[in-house]
Every structure is written in C-alpha cells, then in structure tokens.
Design a protein around this ligand. Structure first.
Ligand code: FHN
Length: 574
C-alpha cells in the first residue's frame, strides 16, 4: 500500500512542478525585453470619464491630479455614473494619436484601459462599465488604437488599475471574485488587442498582496509569454515584473542591481486632462530629462491627457513635435544606447554609449572648447550629431592620468541639447570627472543631495513634487559622500537639512570628514517626507586639501532614515 502512496505522491509532485512555468534565463530575459530596452521613449495616455470632468465637479475644482477627482472631491458612485453618458469623444482619431507618438520619436504607447475609477475604455464583456455599453460613443477606442499603432509601427500597451473605486468586489471581502473579473478582462485585452506591455497600477490597496501579484503575473505571462510587465503587478518591489517605475522623478543613478526601469512623468502636473493645469514643462527641459534618463540607462514614459472630446491638448502636441524634430536629428544618441560609463562629467550634460561611440549631450556649451576629462584614449573623429559637422579637438595629457579632450564649438548649437559623437576604434576607459565642492564666499561648504555620491542598494536622489533629496534610504548600510577641497586645518559647525514624518523619526546618523571624529545626531520628526527643516549637528575638524565628507547611519529606528536635502559646514571663527 505504502508503495502505491509513494508512487501517487511522486506523480502529484511531478505534475505540480510541470505546472510551474520554467524560470526564464537571463539570456531569455534580455532577448524578450531587448526591443523595450532599445525603444527608450514611450507615450503614456491617461484618458477616461475623468477627462469629461476635466478637473471640476459642480463648480468645485480639484486641487489634485485630475484623474483622482472622484476620490478627491468625494463624488458618490451614483453621481459619477452620470458622466459616462456625457463621454462622447467624437474628435477621437486613433491614427492621429499613433502618428503623433511616432512623430515624437516614441516607440510605444501605454494607454489606460481602466483607471482607478473602474471605467473601461474598451468593449468589455467581463465588465459592463465601459465605453461601448455606458456611453453614446458606441465605438471601441482600443481596437481602433491597436489598428492605428500597427499601421504606424508603434507598439501598444495597457495601463490597468488593480484598485477600482467602482467594482463592488474590489475590496478585502470580494477580492477573489474581483480577481476573476480582472483576469477575464486581461484575457480580453491580450487576446483581442495583442498588447506588448501591461502596466499595472493601484497595487497599494491593503487587500492586494505579493502572492496575488505573483499569481496575476503568471496568469498574464501564460496568455502572452513575450509581454512586458511593470513592477506594480505586485507590491512595486525589485522582483515584481520586468522593470521599476519611478514616477515624476529621475533616479540619481541607474537603479541598483542592473534592474530595468522607466520614469513616467506628466508634461504639466496632472495625468488626466484638466482645464486648469497650464504648468507645462518646456520642451528643452523634457529633452534634457530624456537625455538624463538615457544617461542612466532608463526609459522615459511621457504622458498626455486627452480631453473628453478625444483631443490631445495643443500644448502637448507642440512639445511632442518639437521633441520629435530633436529626435530626428539626435535619436542615434538615445535609441539602443547603454547607460553612461560615468555618473559625473566635466561639463553640464549627459552621456550615452552605443558600440564604439560615446555620445555627449551638452546642456550648456561653455565659452570656447568643451573639456572632456577622464578618457584613456582619443577618438578618431568627433562630429556634431544634428548637423554632421566634423569638430576639431585637441588632446592634453591629464595630471591625474589619462587625457583631456578639448572639442571646438560647433558652428551652430542645437537650441535644445547639442550632441557630439566621439568615435573610437575601441571604446576607451572613461573615468569619473572629479567633482569637488568648493567653499562659498564666507568659507562655508554646502553639500547638496543632487551632488552627492550615493553608495548602496536603494538610496537615490529624488526630485520634483517638493523633493530635492536623497530618499528611498531604507538600507542602513547605504550612505552618501561628497568630495571637498578644504583650504586649511579648521573646525566647522555642522548643520543638516532633512525631512522625516513622525512615525519614522529616531534613526541615528553621523557626519564625518575622512576618518576624523564624527558629529552625530538623531533624526527628528519634521512632519512629512517633504517638510524640510535644518538642524545643528555639532562640529567636525577638516584637514587641508581634498577629503571626503560622509553621512552614514549608525542605527536605523524604523523603515527609513530620512529624506536628506543638504549638509552645511560653517567655519568656526577662532
Ligand atoms: O494614482 C495613479 C495616478 O493617477 C497615475 O495613474 C500615476 C501614473 O503612474 N500612477 C498612480 C500614482 O502613483
């Protein structure tokens, strides 16, 4: 009898192992994601019933992002359901949207099939709250967009929110039923429109778990093994999905561990359309962000929020066409490139690499020649990408080893970002430009988060949305440093500026110059992660010359240390 039980158990075990999807090898992962890694630039589209409200309800304007209006203005479900009958986007033209993405140099589109309000902008049989059944439009925009994207050679992806303010089972009590609806909808989306990407969101709800995320990810991959999935299918950790999703911010450097990542960002301040948001980023700043992201090895998913009538705002169209003109001249320095071999350059700009060519993205060309330090060999040719002009350059042996290049100014600089291509027979070693913080007029040093060298796994520079700090400081071994050039042996008062909510306060830290006696402190509550305050932290002694100032964690109190904005060293007058 026991023999038969053993055989039965063995068969059950074998069948359960067979049911598990085979683990993907790193080579298979690279092959599957290669197109996405090379694409670098995509269009995010937030479009739904909230686009009809456009930031206002019953004369009240939302102060938040427009697609959150149902939540932020506490619109009852029964009231919000009065808006789908008003959603009739007669000006919607899928081909125009797909063509605009292509003209902007974008290689893929991610559009909201369903946002948090639970409304679906496609003909869903699994969820009747959709554009075909609940609006006078009676067309399927995702079907039309899928056709248009194929015609324009742009890949299509869907943003699908896990959080759902409309579905009666999208809660702790109904989760299992709701998961079946979500899976049925994802099957519709994948089998009917063949998306290349699934971009989940709203995973923060307490009834969504890592395990449910793993199950959903397996389910989606079983429907389309080649699909790209973001990390918000789970709980936005480093192991969920195929890539990270920093939002409204650009990490200070590449995401640790070589993990793929994509910054998503609005062109003004809202994802969904708002009649009142005219805070548009300039085309120049958007191109610089694209260069900065590529420099760090990431993708840029730039958002548009079409109106309730189906039109992309003119301010967005203008910027996208200008970006597209820049990409037509300089896309070679973005598409298919790898991240810069160095974080810091000897000029205000960024760098990408492809084959044996270094692309220097110059944000501000200095007076005269462009200095490029840290190279171990000279290029055989330097050309301005936008015009093809060959640029003369001189080579000087560097006092710190290697060589310094001085590249002549092109006859005309690009009004957005000037890119020069350095062509080598073989890519040389390229050493970090030394950035030493100089004292200001009164002899004090201001050590800013944006200029810090970050050491560790998760800590990163965050900017935008009230942040300009080292954040994600959740690993106590992570630390930051600055290199300074001190004029002489002197003591300095230490001040530190940070933000920390009450529930995270209490970690102990130290500020140290080289291996000298550190100044220590305990993180105080400042009210929130973006409420920054300045605190005295004792004093340290500096030696003359170059030395490293570090901020390290002595003891982590809870889950994160602080959002560190700056450290100031003020000379103590004898
Ligand atoms: O709450 C959403 C928000 O509405 C928007 O969709 C962004 C874009 O990624 N994601 C969430 C906020 O993190």
């Amino acid at each position: 009898m026991s023999r038969w039980i053993f055989v039965l158990l063995s068969l059950l075990l074998a069948s359960s192992i067979a049911a598990q999807p085979k683990a993907e090898t790193p080579q298979e992962f690279q092959k599957r994601t290669r197109w996405w890694q090379e694409a670098k630039f995509g269009m995010f589209i937030h479009w739904g019933v909230y686009s009809v409200l456009a930031g206002e309800y019953n004369g009240r304007r939302t102060t938040g992002i427009a697609e959150w209006i149902m939540h932020d203005l506490q619109i009852p479900k029964s009231e919000y359901e009065k808006f789908p009958p008003k959603f009739n986007p007669v000006k919607f033209n899928a081909r125009q949207w797909a063509r605009l993405a292509r003209q902007a140099g974008m290689k893929y589109i991610v559009i909201t099939s369903k946002h948090h309000d639970g409304f679906n902008i496609y003909d869903s049989k699994a969820n009747p709250y959709n554009i075909m059944q609940a609006t006078p439009f009676k067309r399927d925009p995702l079907r039309e967009l899928a056709q248009a994207c194929r015609a324009e050679g742009v890949r299509l992806g869907f943003y699908h929110s896990i959080m759902d303010w409309h579905h009666p089972d999208a809660n702790a009590a109904g989760t299992e039923r709701y998961i079946q609806v979500m899976k049925a909808q994802l099957k519709e989306l994948i089998t009917q429109y063949d998306p290349a990407i699934l971009w989940f969101d709203g995973e923060w709800v307490d009834w969504w778990t890592e395990e449910r995320g793993d199950d959903l990810e397996r389910y989606v991959r079983s429907l389309k093994p080649s699909i790209i999935i973001n990390n918000r299918v789970g709980k936005r950790t480093h192991k969920d999905g195929d890539h990270e999703t920093p939002e409204q911010e650009i990490p200070a450097s590449a995401i640790p561990g070589g993990r793929l990542w994509e910054t998503c960002m609005t062109m003004n301040d809202t994802w969904g359309y708002s009649r009142f948001d005219h805070h548009w980023k300039s085309t120049r700043s958007l191109v610089q962000k694209l260069c900065d992201i590529a420099h760090k090895g990431g993708n840029f998913l730039l958002n548009v929020g079409p109106t309730g009538e189906g039109e992309i705002p003119q301010a967005s169209v203008e910027r996208l066409l200008e970006i597209g003109q820049w990409m037509s001249r300089n896309g070679e320095a973005i598409y298919g490139t790898k991240q810069s071999p160095v974080r810091r350059l000897s000029f205000n700009g960024r760098c990408t690499v492809k084959g044996n060519t270094l692309y220097l993205h110059v944000f501000e060309w200095p007076e005269g020649n462009l200095p490029v330090t840290g190279l171990s060999a000279a290029p055989h040719r330097v050309r301005a990408l936008g015009t093809g002009e060959t640029l003369p350059f001189s080579v000087v042996e560097s006092s710190e080893g290697g060589m310094e290049l001085y590249i002549a100014r092109p006859r005309s600089l690009d009004p957005l970002v000037t890119v020069v291509a350095l062509e080598f027979d073989r890519l040389p070693a390229f050493r970090e430009a030394s950035a030493s913080v100089k004292p200001d007029a009164d002899g004090a040093f201001t050590l800013r988060a944006s200029e810090a060298e970050i050491h560790g796994q998760t800590a990163r520079y965050e900017e935008g949305g009230g942040k300009d700090n080292i954040g994600f400081w959740i690993v106590p071994q992570d630390y930051v440093t600055w290199s300074i050039q001190a004029p002489g042996a002197k003591s300095y008062r230490v001040e530190i500026t940070y933000a920390c909510p009450p529930e995270e306060a209490g970690s102990e830290f130290e500020v140290q110059a080289g291996d000298g006696e550190p100044a220590t402190g305990t993180v105080q509550a400042t009210g929130s992660w973006i409420n920054f305050r300045n605190f005295p932290v004792g004093s340290i002694a500096l030696k003359p010359g170059r030395q490293t100032i570090s901020v390290k964690v002595r003891k982590m109190k809870r889950d994160a240390v602080m959002n560190l904005q700056s450290v100031r060293l003020i000379p103590i007058r004898q």
